[in-house]
Design a protein around this ligand. Structure first.
Ligand SMILES: [Zn+2]
Length: 290
C-alpha cells in the first residue's frame, strides 16, 4: 500500500480542487508538466488550446503506465476532476530508486475523448533535486509564518481556454464587450476562473498598502492599493490571475510575476505585485469557499 501524500495547504482534502492533464493530439493539449514542489506527490498541470471549444463539462483523468506508448496498460490515478487545470497523484511513487513510469491525461467531453502525450513521472528534475526544492519551499513557508506575514487566501486562476462566453463577445471580433459580464467575469471564457485553490501569500512589502497612480480609460489618475510579496510557484501564478484574502475578502489582480528562487530553471518561489480590485467589480461575486 502506497503512502498517501498530503497537501500542507489543505490537509483535510488531499484533492482540493486540483486537476491535471497532459499533451495529447495536436490542437487539444498544449503543455503538460509535473512538479513536486509542495506536496512530495506529483502535481500535474496542463494547458488546453484556446482553439479547442468542445462543450462542457470537461472531465480530466490522470493515468499512469510503465511505458510511454499508447498500448501500455494505462491505469486511472485518483478521482477525475472538472473545472481545473491540474490534479495531484495521491500516491507517493518515489522512494529514491530508479523507476520508469509515465503520466498522461485523459480528457472526456460530451463530444469525445482526448489523450495528452505522456510525460515522465519525474518531471523536469531528478527526484533528488525535487527533494532539495521542497526543502527550500518548506523553509520559506516556515520563515513567512515565523515573521507573521503569511496570509491565507484563494487563488483564482484565470481561464485561458474553454467555452467562449455566450453573453458578451463581439460576434465579429470575438472581443469581450463587458468587463463586468456575469458569465465570464470579463475573462472571455465561460466561468472566468477555475475552482479556487487555497494559497498562502507572503506579504513582504515594507508597508502592506500604499498608493500607486495609474491612468485608466482616460478618466484620469486613480489611486490603486498595491502590495508586493511572494507565492510558492505551484501552481504558477500568472498576470491577470486573482488572489482573494480569506479574512477580508479583498480581491487583487496579480501583476509583474518574477521568479525569485529557482532550481535548474524550475521556479520555486515567485515575487508578485497585487493590485486591489475596486469593490464594485463583478469579481467580488465569484464564489469562494467560506
Ligand atoms: Zn462574457
Amino acid at each position: 500500500m502506497m503512502p498517501l501524500c498530503k497537501n500542507p495547504y489543505n490537509p483535510e482534502d488531499p484533492n482540493d480542487g486540483t486537476d491535471m492533464l497532459g499533451g495529447g493530439p495536436p490542437g487539444v493539449f498544449e503543455r503538460v508538466t509535473v512538479d513536486y514542489i509542495v506536496t512530495g506527490c506529483a502535481r500535474v498541470e496542463w494547458t488546453i488550446s484556446s482553439h479547442f471549444h468542445d462543450p462542457e463539462p470537461w472531465e480530466f483523468q490522470l493515468q499512469v503506465a510503465e511505458a510511454d506508448i499508447a498500448s501500455a496498460n494505462w491505469i486511472d490515478v485518483g478521482p477525475p476532476v472538472t473545472n481545473s487545470f491540474f490534479t495531484t497523484d495521491p500516491n507517493q511513487r518515489w522512494y529514491g530508486k530508479e523507476e520508469n513510469a509515465f503520466y498522461r491525461v485523459k480528457l472526456t467531453t460530451p463530444n469525445g475523448t482526448y489523450f495528452s502525450s505522456s510525460i515522465s513521472t519525474e518531471g523536469k528534475l531528478p527526484f533528488k533535486l525535487w527533494n532539495f526544492a521542497r526543502e527550500i519551499v518548506r523553509k520559506e513557508i516556515l520563515r513567512l509564518r515565523a515573521l507573521g506575514v503569511g496570509i491565507e487566501g484563494w487563488l483564482l486562476k484565470a481561464k485561458r481556454s474553454g467555452v467562449p462566453c455566450t453573453q458578451c463577445l463581439d460576434p465579429r471580433t470575438g472581443e469581450v464587450t463587458d468587463s463586468n459580464c456575469a458569465t465570464c467575469y470579463g475573462q472571455r471564457w465561460v466561468g472566468g476562473y477555475y475552482t479556487p485553490i487555497p494559497t498562502i501569500f507572503g506579504d513582504i512589502a515594507p508597508s502592506n498598502s500604499y498608493l500607486n497612480r495609474q491612468i485608466e480609460g482616460g478618466e484620469g489618475m486613480v489611486n490603486v492599493r498595491t502590495t508586493q510579496g511572494i507565492f510558492v510557484a505551484s501552481p504558477f501564478i500568472a498576470m491577470n490571475d486573482v488572489w482573494v484574502n480569506k479574512t477580508s475578502d479583498d480581491r487583487y489582480h496579480i501583476h509583474n510575476v518574477d521568479p525569485l528562487t529557482h532550481v535548474r530553471g524550475v521556479s520555486l518561489i515567485v515575487k508578485a505585485e497585487l493590485r486591489l480590485i475596486p469593490s464594485d467589480n463583478i469579481i467580488y461575486r465569484f464564489p469562494v469557499p467560506n
